[in-house]
Write a protein that binds this ligand. Sequence first.
Ligand code: ADE
Length: 220
Amino acid sequence: MKIDILTLFPGMFEGFLSESIIKRAISKGKVEINIIDFREYSDLNNKQVDDTPYGGGGGMVLRCEPIFKAIESIKTENSKVILMTPDGVPYKQEEAVKLSKFEHLIILCGHYEGFDERIRSLADYEISIGDYILTGGELASMVICDSIVRLIDGVITDTSLNSESFNDNLLDYPVYTKPQVFRGMEVPEVLISGNHAKIKEWQEEQRIERTKKRRPDLLK
Ligand code: ADE
């Protein structure tokens, strides 16, 4: 898979690309991630990418031209364009699963007060990562990128993927490691019973109980 991220702040991605699972996925050739500064595509002498809004009001608005040019220069028939915006569709694990199947994603990070409304015509998906306003789409793009890359075949083990929260709309079951008793808190008896069928049954019960208690909205 190839992911191109269009941003005005490429430096924000340095840590993201150079640590942990994302770094490994890149070095194993499972994903290619390019950070593209769309300021380069501005045809103005000062490389300006924003301008004042029609109708007045505060702040600056991202201009169409550099963004249309950038996307048109990298898009192919196998590309999907994603716009990060707080008024997009709320992001869920099922979207991550869907997006992880595409060959080429282009993720556009908005910034400042907003972007010219006509930029939306470029997007196949408009995504919000939650009901709060970030200073720009960069952190949001890293969130979705991370959730997508870990789902690509061979990036992490299948067993990790099979048992995790949001599969079947349920949260994950609790896990424990050594020691068996820590400050008076004990590991549930069943987990040291060695009875695998019983353990599985307990884990499934726990998933349902947890979801009922913490996220009843998922059960609807
Ligand atoms: N840009 C600013 N806030 C955002 C959010 N919550 N989700 C996606 N993109 C954003």
